[in-house]
Design a protein. Structure first.
Length: 318
């Protein structure tokens, strides 16, 4: 591995954000297909690191020698509107309740997806979220449109578990086995249990022979927003190298940002950012994506405040 990194003069940032993440999502996709549909071959979870190492090597060759560009994962935010008002939402979605919500139109969804697919070899993981994506009545049609694209390998819907999927969405999930339904896990907050529909959703999926995945009960941290001035260099560097959201990529409003918080910060007028891809102005999207993955710093991260103070998940604003 070291030889390949030196041969192609790869930065740590490019390696982590592109090659390693591609390998991780390749493995995840293969495990999903085998465990849920018995497609592909059995992969021993105990040999996970061996597979990732092998896939990283293949991704390096695919990129540098074959000219491939596989987007490891990208989030399509369908709406900033949510059925919850989480005080420590890391995407700052409740702040749009005052400013006015932004939603991705059907035309924008199709145009953005088609534009990406024209310029890349594949999208390994297309994540559909919000806000709360089930608030969008067009969700089943959007999922069907994406699922029919051969270059879209895996689709993940992320819901907070407060809304029951309707019959049309259930039918789409039955039809396309590349779609996985994820529920956020807020079991650590008993105050929110009355509005969660976890058991009803589980029963609905069982009745229809569908699989779902309950996310781990992730730790939540106090959300601090953005600083008014740039953070010191050591804090900026630490944020960029340790924050998992630097690997997200999100699109909404025909822009691609490093994460949802960066998008929200700009659109709420909290920060002035230049480090995003404007899909209506790009002259060479493939190269802009490559350059974005190679960035050793993104301006939104220079102002982003990250707390180590743990809080209960999904505490609701009054």
């Amino acid at each position: 591995m070291k030889e390949l990194i030196e041969k192609y003069n790869m930065s740590k940032t490019f390696y982590n954000r592109y090659f390693e993440l591609n390998a991780i999502n390749r493995l995840g996709n293969e495990l999903f297909r085998f465990m849920n549909f018995k497609e592909g071959k059995f992969i021993n979870p105990m040999k996970k690191n061996e597979y990732i190492k092998k896939y990283v090597q293949e991704e390096i060759v695919n990129f540098f020698e074959k000219g491939e560009l596989n987007i490891p994962q990208i989030e399509f935010c369908l709406t900033t509107q949510c059925s919850l008002k989480c005080k420590d939402c890391c995407a700052l979605m409740p702040s749009f309740n005052q400013k006015g919500h932004i939603k991705m139109s059907v035309d924008e969804f199709k145009k953005t997806l088609d534009q990406l697919l024209e310029n890349v070899t594949s999208i390994r993981k297309l994540i559909i979220l919000g806000g709360e994506p089930l608030l969008r009545s067009e969700l089943p049609d959007l999922l069907a449109y994406a699922a029919q694209k051969d270059k879209v390998i895996h689709i993940a819907i992320v819901s907070n578990g407060t809304m029951l999927p309707n019959s049309k969405l259930i039918e789409v999930l039955k039809k396309y086995n590349k779609i996985n339904f994820y529920m956020s896990n807020y079991n650590g907050n008993p105050n929110i249990e009355p509005i969660l529909k976890y058991e009803q959703i589980k029963d609905l999926f069982k009745k229809n022979g569908l699989k779902y995945q309950m996310m781990e009960s992730w730790e939540w941290f106090k959300e601090l927003g953005f600083a008014s001035d740039k953070l010191c260099e050591s804090a900026r560097k630490h944020n960029y190298e340790t924050c998992h959201r630097t690997k997200c990529l999100q699109t909404l409003d025909r822009k691609i940002d490093i994460c949802s918080k960066a998008f929200s910060g700009r659109n709420l007028g909290l920060i002035d950012t230049k480090d995003f891809i404007d899909l209506d102005k790009t002259k060479d999207l493939k190269q802009e994506l490559i350059n974005f993955y190679k960035k050793d710093m993104v301006d939104a991260c220079e102002y982003c405040l990250i707390s180590n103070e743990k809080v209960s998940p999904a505490i609701q604003l009054d």
